[in-house]
Structures are given as C-alpha cells and as structure tokens.
Write a protein that binds this ligand. Sequence first.
Ligand SMILES: C[S@@+](CC[C@H](N)C(=O)[O-])C[C@H]1O[C@@H](n2cnc3c(N)ncnc32)[C@H](O)[C@@H]1O
Length: 298
Amino acid sequence: MGGLRLFVLKTSFLLAPLRRQHETLNPKLCTNKWNTEAKQQLGTLLMITRVVATLQVITRLQHRYQARGAKLGTMEASITQEAQRSRLRELVRTLPNDTSWEQAWQEGISPWNLRGVTPAITHLVKENNLREGRYLVPGCGLGYDVVALASEKRHVVGLDISKTSLEKARELASGNPNAQFVEFVNADFFTYVPPAAAAAFDAIFDYTFFCALDPSLRPEWAKKTAELLAVDGELITLVYPLGEYEGGPPYAVSLQAYEEVLHPWGLTVSSCNDDIPSVEARKGREKLVRWIRLAAKA
Ligand SMILES: C[S@@+](CC[C@H](N)C(=O)[O-])C[C@H]1O[C@@H](n2cnc3c(N)ncnc32)[C@H](O)[C@@H]1O
C-alpha cells in the first residue's frame, strides 16, 4: 500500500512540470509564428522526455514489487511447509497409525509431496536400469513413482493405508498410458497379504516410507519387506533424510539404520550412490541404495 502511494506521488511529481509547461507554451499567447512552432516542438520534446521518465519509474517499481512478491512467496511456502510438518507430527502423535495418515490426507497435509515423479526414479527409468517383473511401492501417496515405474514389463502395485491418497492417485494416473500396468491397493503394509495366486515381488521401491514410520517399527518393516520380496528380488531404497535429529516424521535415517534391520533377513547392499538427481531441498540429504535378497528368510 505504501509503495502504491509512493508510485502515485512520484508520477504526479513527474507530470507537474508537464502541466506547467503546457500552460506556458499556450500558442494563443505567442505573436511570432516561428516562435510558436519552436515552442510547440520544444513542448512535444519535453513531453516525450517526461513520458519516457514516467515509464522508467513504472518499470522500476514493477521490478521492485515482483522481487518483493517472489521473496514473500518463498517465505510463505516454507512457513506452510513448517506448519504442515508440525500438524502431521501432532496427528501421528495423537492418533493410531491407521487413522493419522488418512486424517492428514483429508486435511491436505502432505509436506513430503513433490507433486511429481521422484527425480531418481525418472533417472533409473531413463537409464533402463531396472529389472522386469512385479513391483511394490509401499506408502505410495499420490502414486507418481508408481506410474513412472510401470511399463509393459513392470507391473506395479502402489500400496497405501490412506483411502483418500489412493483416490487422488487413481485420478492422477487415469489417462496415463502406464496406468494399465498399475494397481492401487488400500491396505496396511504390515498386515498386507497379496492374493494367493500372485508371485512374490521382484522389486520393492521405498521412498519416504521408512522415514515416515516410528523407528520402533523398523525391524517389523524389514521382516515384512523380506517376506514380500522374492529370493534374488531387489529392494530399491532412497535413503532420506540423512542426518541426526530427534522426532518425526520424517525421522532421521542412516544407511546403518537400514542395514541393522535388513541384514538379519538376508538383504545385502548391491550398490550405493550419493550422486543422484534430487530436488533442491533434498540435495546431499539422500542416497540411492539397492539391495538384493540373497538368502532365505531368517
Ligand atoms: C511420507 S508419505 C510418502 C508418500 C510417497 N512415498 C511420496 O514420496 O510422496 C508416507 C505415506 O505412507 C502411508 N502410510 C503410512 N503408514 C502406512 C502403512 N502402515 N501402510 C501403508 N501405507 C502407510 C501414508 O498414508 C503416506 O501416504
């Protein structure tokens, strides 16, 4: 508002001499014809100069407002993220697991949501660096990665405990040619039992699911992962968020934290890569770790 007032003041200040100049140069007051024409030309020239100056002021003000607006937009986005994170933590703290996530989705609380495919998945698909077969994505949220992974040779089950997230996931997937290779299943990962006729999964992709779970559930997560994965099957983890801090979700993770719970179930690291495409806010805070389930279950 203050800026607008300044703009109006500046503009009228610039236009004031113009008004005065027209009054001075009124041709009726001039007796000499040549003098009048010269004065008119001078008047026109001065008017053009004033108009150009005014336009420059407008442009400068526009730039200033745009820059201020962008800064405010970024601040607003991070405040919203922080507010969402604290609401999610409150829900997870106060409600049982099967209702807290559904409630979060219903309230539109999803601070983890990239609103698109995880860059590392886009990279793996593009590099054709993925095996064929049946895939599972537990805690798939809006299912962007599920659809991106799917192909004629990769059939993907996207699993989530939240009905609301899966309704949106189905909606987002509809119309995508990969959708025919996708199935969204509303179930709790820990009690999920695939249809009897279905073979074990050839691959499981875990991103922001491990870190969403209370750390006390990690041994159970590893047991269930191994149970669902075929022998020689691959677990692809995007280990995030690396670091050490208390509380969550997301709870801080480390490669050791995964190893501790996965080793007893015969899952061993086949590759570990820090140099992966990430969204700006997650750069340096995640790594791609691929595991093979070599042995029979513990
Ligand atoms: C942090 S979000 C991650 C979503 C998605 N992977 C992404 O990156 O956008 C965790 C997801 O796991 C789901 N979830 C939490 N506990 C679950 C459980 N026990 N079984 C299945 N899904 C669960 C939540 O509903 C939520 O969609």
